[in-house]
Design a protein around this ligand. Sequence first.
Ligand SMILES: Cc1cc2nc3c(=O)[nH]c(=O)nc-3n(C[C@H](O)[C@H](O)[C@H](O)COP(=O)(O)OP(=O)(O)OC[C@H]3O[C@@H](n4cnc5c(N)ncnc54)[C@H](O)[C@@H]3O)c2cc1C
Length: 397
Amino acid sequence: MQDGCKINGISLVAPAEITAMLRSERFREARTAWQTWLDLFRDSSFYAAIVTIFTGPCPPGGTQWERPYDFELFGSLGIGSGGFLPVFQAGFTEILRLVINGYMDDQRLISCGISTLAERIAGENVSGSTVAERIRFDGVGRIYKEGAEIKLVTEKDEIATFDRVIVTSNNRAMQMVHCLTDDETFLSRDVSRAVRETHLTGSSKLFMLTRDKFWINKKLPVTIQSDSFARGVYCLDYEPHNPDGRGVVLLSYTWEDDAHKLLSVLDKKERCECFVDDLSTFHPELARHLVPADEDYERCVLHHDWLTDPHSCGAFKLNYPGEDVYSQRLFFQFQTANDPASDTGLYLAGCGCSFTGGWIEGAVQTAINSACAVIRSAGGDLLPGNPLDEIRSAFCY
Ligand SMILES: Cc1cc2nc3c(=O)[nH]c(=O)nc-3n(C[C@H](O)[C@H](O)[C@H](O)COP(=O)(O)OP(=O)(O)OC[C@H]3O[C@@H](n4cnc5c(N)ncnc54)[C@H](O)[C@@H]3O)c2cc1C
């Protein structure tokens, strides 16, 4: 797509060129270019869009894709981060947005593990106590209002009262646990609909700690992408300076249907065996090494299914075609703080309420937006350039 493309006589700017516009702060040009993509593809699935783009009379690259072979191949290989076949029905603009924003570029392995980020934030000392020490409850259930007061039901069935609330648990919890969409106490009917109907992907991961980094000595592939049961296998070296260190193999990182299938195999060992048996049919040498350190499946295999996680009930937002309008409603909900008539004192945040579900950027941006909303609502002052006064919807969805 590096030269852009032309569809029905309309020229579309190359995604990489829009990225360059954003980097050099040519925002007006970037907006115009992105709106053209939106106008053509806002109602298209990822699959429908690539059919339109690559089977038309002048496809990018000059060669028309062949059905079904090229689409199946692309579905298995994706755009650099594993197979995309299970997300072919997602909205095309959701996928293109993450490419344009460059979220998959310049990836870095964090050797101490990404959980260290949350642990260090929790350990930050702010005015004499750490962030962790300021956590008041482990779980929050229903959120409701009595007069001007916002009440939270805690995990111990106690009631806590607040003036303002920012909700950062995900869209499913907003509906099912906090009951925010039951009536219009906190959210307008349109925003409630967006909370309820936003699509969350299913996802599943399984990691294995291995005795050694066998793939390095044995010159085996670092990653395998396939259309088999074990879709994507990644061998990870968290200790590049220690040749005798343990290995980590991400044996399965799957989305949607591929992740749903795994829900029927609950036992870790059994699930590992499914993947290893599958891999052994086409890469027996690699499969042979997929045994957890000390053969300890309990301690050395970690897996997580987001769909059955009671705190998330789905991994992250990835809307269907025509549903960017939901992201728009959720993203701008914080601006209710600008008008006492619409201000309910509750603001939504988290990447599920942004345009970039599944990426920390959307979570950080909506967190800042809602924190500013609390300040405005409580009568505080915000500096010029703040998101309540400066961010306006720039696109027609
Ligand atoms: C499978 C997967 C892969 C991802 N990959 C990437 C990636 O590669 N790059 C990237 O940038 N981002 C990625 N993300 C997205 C990233 O994890 C999120 O954007 C980020 O974690 C959002 O931060 P947050 O603090 O808003 O919410 P979260 O990190 O989701 O934190 C919300 C917290 O609220 C808690 N909670 C839920 N319900 C309740 C309740 N009732 N009471 C109290 N607490 C509750 C949850 O347990 C959770 O700890 C991925 C997410 C998933 C699920």
